[in-house]
Design a protein around this ligand. Sequence first.
Ligand SMILES: Cc1cc2nc3c(=O)[nH]c(=O)nc-3n(C[C@H](O)[C@H](O)[C@H](O)COP(=O)(O)OP(=O)(O)OC[C@H]3O[C@@H](n4cnc5c(N)ncnc54)[C@H](O)[C@@H]3O)c2cc1C
Length: 499
Amino acid sequence: MSRVVVIGAGIGGMCAAARLAKAGHSVDIYESSHFVGGKCRTEWIGKYAFDTGPSLLTLPAVYRDFFLKTGEPIERVLELQPVNPAFDYRFADGASVKFTNLSRYETLAAIRESFGSRASDEWNALMERAEKMWDVSREPFIESELTSILSFIKRPTFLRDLLTIAPWKNLRTLVKSLTQNQYLSYIIDRYATYSGSDPRKAPAVILSIAFVEEAFGAWHIKGGIGQLALAIEERAKELGVKFHLNAPVVSINHNGKSVSGITVASGEKISADVVVANSDASTVYTQLITGKVRVLRKQRASLAKSEPSLAGFSLLLGLKPDPDAPPMSHHTVLFPADYDAEFDAIFTEHKPVEEPTIYICAPNDPSMSRTPGYESWFVLVNAPRHSTVGDGWDWSDENFARAYGAKIISQIEARGIPLRHRIELLEVRTPADLEKSVGAPGGSIYGSSSNSARSAFTRARNRSPLNGLFCVGGSAHPGGGLPLVGISAEIVADAIGRA
Ligand SMILES: Cc1cc2nc3c(=O)[nH]c(=O)nc-3n(C[C@H](O)[C@H](O)[C@H](O)COP(=O)(O)OP(=O)(O)OC[C@H]3O[C@@H](n4cnc5c(N)ncnc54)[C@H](O)[C@@H]3O)c2cc1C
């Protein structure tokens, strides 16, 4: 039995902890904040509940596997609800299309009705390519430790697989070769933002996310996606994991070759055979481990090359009932006229987007409001990272943040969704707030972006060069978002092995 310390009670940290406890290890989690779940959290404010982090669950099989392997199945602890339509996409010129959940047949029919037969055929071709990409990439690049490209090169199907993934193409170039339809291109571009990236730089294989969402569905969890965090916490506790909240870790202790434990802010030193870091990998390698450490040189250099993911600016809106309000789908996306201007603003100019893509999550879940008819909307737009010095935007100016929020509300209203007269509660959350609450540097949503073909290789490895140190979560392999974070926990627990 190893003595394991986990830094951070985010989803990745807690899933790894529970799996390790199940395997017979003694596990303690040290979490700097007063709550578990990290970015994944349902927050109650007055009579309203908001998912202030993830509001969409895809690939639920990852969490089905987690709950099954650690005890009772997911169905006994959470109510998963398919969301239909999966997305209501609305464009600046008034065009729109609703994607049916879990049915390509119906989605193709909806595309045909909105944009014609050719567009429908092109979407089918895009999804066929996306499925092939998923089949080829899931095992070597997502479900296993990415130690080197060699295992991929040695595959007997290497050349065919290479042509499928086309690493020399970015998402935009690939999509352009399969469709000229601007509406479909915008819908696909948005999948690059699921990994915090720019579609003009992200590898073409990002297209596989569209297939995953279509094939395995868009899901909600009754009470909010944050219930997932609470259920994982409960499972971990049942297995004997000990939680220490309000306990920031200030250093990872080591002898240059192997870890020996951690020090918490109180000054207490805790010895451990294994340290699993769920805190952001860049923080791990620059702040929790300082000074020259020879074995870390390569990993630190490669992390320095990775570009951080985009951040998010959000509005929490508590809305009074209005019988005349137009009905909203659970997930609505209002695309701007010029999507590229958004990526230029975020990644090149590092400033808030004038006319951003606006994502509205209006959960059709009565358990997310204490008073029938009242609604809790979570509105999210992509934003540049918070920074007071380098590339980024200083989000600490509260007046600016409030004015920017008001501008977004006006843009929603201009798209035929009257809102102001219904607002009973309004809170603004900036990238600076996320940085402060969960230690996400700059408020990056997904750790590092996938803004280059090599991004998978510059991301932190799960197994650090320092013996006994492992990285789990969105800033480590295979990347951010709930499905990948859950997979990273499985990879780390398997790598540490049985007691
Ligand atoms: C606004 C927003 C919307 C999102 N939408 C979606 C979505 O719809 N679907 C989806 O799948 N994903 C979404 N995501 C991404 C998803 O939330 C994350 O990828 C995932 O929750 C990250 O989990 P993690 O394991 O990396 O841990 P994190 O959530 O990053 O948690 C890390 C934990 O470590 C703690 N910590 C940090 N430093 C220390 C330290 N020194 N000592 C002790 N503890 C420390 C933090 O307090 C935190 O609790 C969204 C994220 C955000 C912010």
